[in-house]
Design a protein around this ligand. Structure first.
Ligand code: TRH
Length: 380
């Protein structure tokens, strides 16, 4: 069994790169008893996801993970037995020179539901006397699976079905008072890229016939939200109202609290890679905004996911889910499309939960990685 793992995280943009690497590192350590070192190149972004990170330290241990900074001139000691290169971010040349033919080198790829992933997962290529393996996360047993802590689905279900636990969580977010007064309102979380049709969505929420509480963790979309309410800026703690919509600005939450927010909401708007997977484990209807790519690749990725996840839904539920997603990525979400989606929510709920449970029966990504390293060390 390979005990020493190094994960190299090059932060390209936003929070997904470090969000996935930090989650994976903790899971490998906590659930597989591995010694994990996480190499980061941008401590300022990393600190957003790892609040106790001291950005001035070269090396530190947090939650039993060694977190080290790397840059072009870093001098490395021995390489680990398993080296994870996250999202083709590249490994420093000085580190590559320390790796041996029996080092298990894995490139952790981005998540996609496209069908080609099944046949590309677990391929490899030679680089000198080293072997670089390609590990694709995914939604089918032929892929590397999805990041999922062993207790997350159970914990989310527990929270979703327990009023006292929900009150406790809302209290922590200073929302309990509002919740007591508005417990029948629809709860929606919103995390998206700034180019999304945010004003159109807020207007649809305001005009729809279900009174809505929308929770927005602080991110780059706050100035756009402020504009909708005719303000120049807004900060965490503010509550804004327009017709049927109350909008609560939250601080950027810890990953654990963000999971809880998703579990207590009725609909979650998520984006990128990691929040998308978290919405699946929350088991609530969700709207995913893929990361914008050239040549409409993100639309191809979106359609592949919609086909995979919603194929068992009946016609009307499938259609309203497709409509809302395509309107959201297509920059024009009307009140009619949103209202139609809300009208189907009661049946979308159990169907989504069912799909979430079905995916949770597959092996999770960290477990798949551990199995994969044992197998691939034999062919390195
Ligand atoms: O931030 P993202 O857009 O990240 C990524 C990167 O952009 C990456 O380069 C790109 O290729 C990829 O998307 C597709 O979205 P994501 O992946 O959802 O990451 C957000 C992380 O932030 C996730 O770990 C959840 C976390 N988060 C919190 O911890 N607290 C919060 O309040 C919120 C809103 C998110």
């Amino acid at each position: 069994m390979h005990k020493h793992w190094d994960i190299f995280c090059k932060i390209i943009d936003n929070f997904g790169d470090i969000g996935v690497c930090w989650r994976l590192a903790r899971q490998l350590q906590a659930e597989h008893a591995l010694q994990v070192r996480l190499w980061i190149d941008d401590p300022v972004v990393a600190k957003q996801l790892i609040p106790s990170l001291n950005i001035n330290l070269q090396t530190q241990v947090i939650q039993n993970i060694s977190i080290d900074r790397w840059h072009a001139d870093t001098v490395f000691g021995e390489s680990a037995e398993v080296v994870i290169e996250a999202f083709s971010g590249g490994l420093p040349t000085a580190y590559l020179s320390k790796m041996r033919p029996n080092t298990v080198w894995i490139n952790l790829e981005y998540l996609s539901a496209e069908t080609w992933v099944d046949s590309f997962h677990a391929g490899n290529s030679k680089q000198g006397d080293l072997t670089r393996h390609f590990f694709f996360p995914g939604f089918t047993p032929a892929t590397g699976g999805l990041l999922r802590e062993h207790d997350i689905v159970t914990n989310n279900q527990l929270l979703a079905s327990s009023k006292p636990l929900q009150h406790q969580f809302l209290d922590k977010l200073n929302l309990e008072q509002h919740n007591r007064d508005h417990s029948n309102r629809l709860k929606i979380s919103l995390f998206c890229y700034p180019h999304a049709p945010i004003h159109a969505l807020l207007s649809a929420m305001a005009n729809a016939n279900q009174p809505t509480d929308c929770y927005v963790p602080a991110s780059s979309i706050l100035p756009i939200i402020a504009g909708f309410f005719g303000k120049n800026s807004i900060v965490a703690g503010e509550v804004l109202t327009h017709q049927n919509l109350n909008l609560y600005v939250l601080p950027f939450l810890s990953q654990a609290d963000y999971d809880k927010l998703l579990a207590i909401c009725d609909v979650n708007f998520v984006r990128g890679e990691d929040s998308w997977v978290r919405a699946i484990w929350a088991g609530k209807p969700f709207v995913w905004q893929p990361y914008l790519q050239t040549e409409q690749t993100h639309i191809t990725k979106l359609k592949a996911f919609l086909d995979l996840f919603y194929n068992k839904f009946d016609g009307i539920n499938r259609q309203s889910t497709y409509d809302v997603h395509l309107a959201w990525v297509g920059n024009d979400i009307s009140t009619g499309i949103w209202q139609h989606y809300l009208n189907n929510l009661a049946t979308l709920k159990p169907l989504t939960l069912q799909q979430s449970h079905a995916l949770a029966t597959q092996a999770d990504l960290a477990t798949e990685l551990v199995i994969f390293t044992e197998k691939s060390s034999k062919i390195s």
